[in-house]
Design a protein. Structure first.
Ligand code: SAM
Length: 311
């Protein structure tokens, strides 16, 4: 269906938990809530069905860290069963991916985005508070072995913290058939501090002048390649190149509230209608109609903790 600004809304981001097994510096584990607010697989399936009826074509399961839920495969299966979705995808930090990639694929997961901000053990530990880099890299291998495709890596660079690792990340796209995407740091903490830390898409391009643009904008990413590259380098620039006019997504938080826009605080609770499919579908439609024209990170500084909103 179209929202009030004529945008076709096709993509549901479904957060299934606020819990996380990492403590990334820019994200904020401290914001995590208790398990009690999480919806059951069955409730998540009903929400998927309601949005499928509104024309949603693909679903991304996110969090928090979705793989901390022991029932994540059941959730994938039930989401699959509740809509004729072209893709059911996952965004994960990859720490637990090696243990369940095969089972996720069997449950109907199509593809995976792995968040990885550094390939250096020391920097990875500093960023995430964990020594799990080897497990994440193993998880990426397991996802490939399980046939999940495409596999994308999402990295957030911060000046003076991990931006000297950009070359190693770009090199991953040269060696492997995966897309390595750099996401601009969004102001989820002190806006002046995030502006100082942010490495923009344009700055990155100037660091890698050999990268040539390929294709049109794909979702939120612009892609680049160089001769001999097996994969692509992607730039996602929510701050310096807003893509709100083409936004096709709607988010449901792990407590069953719709967040029509990442950049606005407004949420819309679906829980009262979970046991009434017709009312739930109507509520989903109304939530889509609440999408604002676009985010404005300067006027509406979002609260810390993407763990609560599902990135
Ligand atoms: N735990 C999962 C993961 O690590 O991919 C899913 C949730 S995580 C919040 C989703 C994504 O949001 C991660 O790629 C993370 O890097 C990104 N993220 C978190 N805070 C951010 C910020 N302030 N600016 C840009 N991206 C951010």
């Amino acid at each position: 269906m179209r929202d009030t600004f004529g945008r076709e809304i096709r993509y549901l981001r479904l957060s299934i938990t606020t819990r996380c097994n990492l403590d990334c510096v820019y994200c904020g584990k401290a914001a995590c809530e208790k398990r009690a607010t999480e919806l059951s697989p069955d409730e998540l399936g009903r929400i998927a069905r309601a949005f499928a009826a509104c024309g949603i074509e693909r679903v991304r399961i996110t969090g928090g860290e979705p793989l901390v839920r022991a029932d994540v495969c059941e959730i994938v299966r039930i989401v699959r069963q509740n809509g004729d979705f072209s893709r059911v995808s996952l965004t994960t930090n990859g720490v637990l991916l090696a243990d369940c990639a095969e089972k996720l694929a069997q449950a109907g997961l199509t593809d995976v985005n792995v968040s990885l901000d550094s390939t250096d053990h020391h920097v990875y530990r500093k960023l995430t508070g964990s020594d799990a880099l080897r497990r994440v890299l193993g998880g990426i291998d397991s996802a490939r072995d399980a046939g999940l495709s495409p596999i994308k890596i999402n990295a957030v660079l911060m000046r003076g913290v991990n931006d000297d690792g950009a070359e190693a990340l770009v090199d991953l796209a040269r060696r492997e058939p995966i897309d390595v995407r750099f996401i601009e740091l969004m102001p989820f903490a002190d806006p002046a501090e995030t502006a100082r830390l942010r490495v923009t898409g344009e700055e990155l391009l100037s660091r890698f002048p050999f990268l040539e643009p390929v294709g049109a904008l794909e979702g939120t990413a612009r892609y680049y390649k160089a001769p001999g590259f097996a994969g692509r380098v992607g730039l996602i620039s929510p701050v310096t190149r807003k893509f709100c006019a083409d936004c096709d997504r709607i988010r449901v938080l792990s407590d069953g509230c719709v967040k029509p826009c990442l950049g606005f605080d407004e949420t819309f609770d679906l829980k009262p209608w979970l046991s009434d499919p017709a009312a739930l579908e109507q509520a989903a439609r109304e939530a889509i109609l609440r999408k604002p024209a676009g985010h404005d990170f300067t006027a509406h500084a979002p609260r810390p903790g993407l763990n609560n909103t599902g990135g």
